[in-house]
Design a protein around this ligand. Structure first.
Ligand code: IPM
Ligand code: MG
Length: 372
């Protein structure tokens, strides 16, 4: 029997291309693992009306963690048009399977390292090394949204908050509400994870990215909890920044930041911005972890037009494999992989199109495997 059982979820689009790249590197590392394929993605939405079939979730529960490629996701009206004819009138609503996985397995930490590797021509600066900790289960991604908004709901809200009164006369189908729900526990566990990471990684600061001057309640909760958690980590400074200013600071002085922590949507936004500072989505890896399970994935989408062409940069996937090895406590393999990746980048020989070269996703993986 293998030491690990890993759910293998290529998804669709370029997900398959980069998963093949991952396999090359995992084989070269001789990780003692069994990889179990799981159905997930656009194809299953079209044919079954469910992009994340229950059988896949059940299978995942039997594994240590999952490696995930990419998935196409579309707004709900467009998605319905692509359903198989027999499924079209059933009122099925498309949901993002990756968001569902995060909630289903309570993967509350989304960790996204953004490090400028020497020799990467796409670096905005060469001295950037920051890590985003994004809350992954709550906030505006909780899915608590309303449309249309009936009179009863409007009234219930107005009874509690007079600011709602301004909207009472808007017709039900001309108003939509998306909520941002943050619990104290939800805030605490992501902020604590950020501080703990800062402690082990030797980072001097944790920056809370929020907007408490406007989002007084949720932003206020995040700020209070952050100040509280910070007391347990005397060696690490808590910085507090508003999301808008943070976008400016990240362009101005990204080298000054160590760990950033944010609720779900703000984390989503700053993680793309941070990724672009170190080469874009081709270098953006991520780990979604909870207390019992973890999913590793490159942050990029499925880029359907490149599917099967092995064109996209597989570095983001290989860096996600590195995060998976960290999680499995395969520290030596994780270190060797990261060193091999940085050596390949430093040599400036193997480059995919985004870096101005013409190498394939698989050639990148083979070059990295060659350094192992
Ligand atoms: C990400 C992506 C996802 C998100 C999409 C694909 C639903 O942008 O992982 O950052 O918004 O979380
Ligand atoms: Mg995103």
């Amino acid at each position: 029997m293998s030491r690990y059982k890993i759910a293998w979820l290529p998804g669709d689009g370029v997900g398959n291309d980069v998963m093949e790249a991952a396999q090359i590197v995992l084989d070269a590392l001789k990780l003692d693992a069994e990889y179990v394929h799981g159905d997930i993605g656009w194809e299953f939405w079209k044919t079954e009306g469910n992009p994340l079939p229950d059988r896949t979730i059940e299978m995942m529960k039997q594994t240590d963690c999952a490696l995930f490629g990419a998935i196409t996701s579309k707004p709900k009206d467009e998605a319905v048009k692509e359903l198989a004819p027999a499924l079209r009138d059933k009122g099925l609503v498309y949901f993002s399977p990756i968001v569902r996985l995060r909630q289903e397995f309570d993967l509350y930490v989304n960790m996204r390292p953004c490090k400028a590797f020497a020799g990467n021509p796409l670096n905005y600066r060469d001295d950037i090394d920051l890590v985003v900790f994004r809350e992954n289960t709550q906030g505006m991604y909780a899915g608590v949204e309303f449309y249309p908004v009936d009179a009863g709901l409007k009234q219930a809200m107005a009874d509690r908050n007079s600011k709602m009164k301004r909207f009472m006369d808007v017709p039900d189908d001309e108003i939509a509400i998306s909520t941002r729900i943050i619990t104290k526990e939800g805030a605490e566990r992501i902020i604590r994870a950020a501080f703990e990471y800062a402690g082990t990684a030797g980072k001097k600061t944790v920056t809370l990215v929020e907007k408490p001057n406007v989002l007084r309640e949720t932003g206020g909760m995040m700020t209070r909890v952050a100040r509280d958690v910070a007391l347990d980590f005397p060696g690490i400074e808590l910085w507090e920044t508003n999301i808008d200013a943070m976008c400016m600071w990240l362009v101005k002085n990204p080298q000054n930041y160590g760990v950033l922590v944010a609720e779900n949507l703000f984390g989503d936004i700053i993680s793309d911005l941070s990724a672009q500072l170190v080469g874009g989505l081709g270098f953006a890896s991520s780990a979604s972890t909870g207390d019992n399970y973890a999913v590793f994935e490159p942050t990029h989408g499925s880029a359907p037009k490149y599917a099967g062409r092995y064109k996209v940069n597989s570095m983001a996937m290989l860096l996600s494999v590195k995060l998976m090895l960290d999680y499995l406590k395969e520290t030596d393999k994780a270190m060797r992989l990261e060193n091999a990746i940085s050596e390949v980048i430093r040599e400036e020989k193997i480059r995919t199109y985004d870096m101005g070269g013409s190498n394939t996703s698989l050639e990148v993986a083979e070059a990295v495997a060659g350094k192992l």
